[in-house]
Design a protein. Structure first.
Length: 289
């Protein structure tokens, strides 16, 4: 957005609405995010009950390390006025505008019905997105959107309120296709594998391709990491289908914002949590991992 010399900047990504922001979907139901101190060496949750007594005194974890009992978070203040330099609420405008998460319009557009247009080729066509941007890169600059990142001219609109994408080239609306894939992991896996086969064969006929080594097939690495000896992968799949490749002892590396990649990607989930490595930092809205 900062690199286009237009009066609207450049094409913007879509920002996730912060959980406790007043324009979020359920701001009054968000748990206080700073109760967990660490997972100790015995695998139990340790909470900051002494530090945040009113919020964390009743917090506890179940056997899956899911937190319960934390108090509610404070809903962030409503900001509905245009951004201006040196605003007294500049930090609040920044924290509600900035996130390491983002989405492209074509991705979100598979579920929500909006268009792309205007000078900056940004999402348009429904409330929130259609708040006039105003102008930048010309004097006097008069942006209308309420949020902006402190370090660069990246602006954010209020939360969008769009209808769902009803486009249905094969009879099922696009938003329903996305919803079904998101709601059912088994169905998603089945559809993914069908799509994957089409992508890797790339429209070649069966006789034009040959199978690669079994060690490169989907799932082979996961099974061998679990100590399962597979001499004939095709036969193993046929004999044991449906085969689940989930490793109950998986301990993935954490690539998080805290310390950035050169530091955080050297830690695994078990060591990162047990060391309290990824606590919230100043200005973070959620735990960094």
């Amino acid at each position: 957005m900062a690199h286009w010399n237009t009066t609207e900047g450049g094409p913007c990504f879509l920002r996730p609405t912060k959980a406790a922001a007043p324009d979020g979907p359920n701001p009054h139901r968000q748990a206080f995010p700073n109760c967990l101190k660490e997972i100790n060496s015995t695998g139990h949750c340790v909470f900051k009950g002494d530090t945040y007594k009113s919020k964390c005194a009743n917090a506890w974890c179940d056997e899956n390390k899911v937190e319960h009992g934390a108090g509610l978070d404070r809903v962030k203040p409503l900001i509905d006025t245009p951004w201006y330099p040196n605003a007294t609420d500049e930090t609040a405008r920044h924290t509600q505008a900035w996130s390491n998460q983002f989405a492209f319009p074509w991705e979100v557009g598979m579920f929500y019905n909006f268009s792309v247009g205007g000078e900056a080729q940004r999402p348009i066509g429904c409330p929130g997105l259609d708040l006039p941007f105003g102008k930048v890169n010309v004097e006097p600059e008069e942006p209308n959107w309420p949020y902006r990142v402190n370090s660069s001219p990246i602006f954010s609109s209020p939360a969008m309120n769009c209808s769902k994408n009803q486009y249905a080239p094969e009879g099922t609306p696009m938003h329903q296709v996305v919803d079904e894939l998101a709601a059912d992991n088994e169905y998603w896996a089945q559809m993914f594998l069908e799509g994957w086969h089409g992508m890797v064969t790339n429209q070649y006929a069966e006789g034009e391709l040959r199978d690669g080594p079994e060690s490169g097939w989907f799932g082979h690495y996961s099974l061998t990491e679990q100590g399962i000896a597979v001499s004939d992968f095709a036969a193993y799949i046929e004999t044991n289908k449906p085969v689940y490749f989930t490793d109950p002892k998986a301990d993935p590396y954490i690539c998080a914002h805290r310390g950035h990649g050169m530091v955080s990607c050297g830690f695994k989930m078990s060591t990162g949590l047990s060391q309290g490595r990824f606590d919230k930092g100043p200005g973070d809205d959620v735990p960094a991992f």
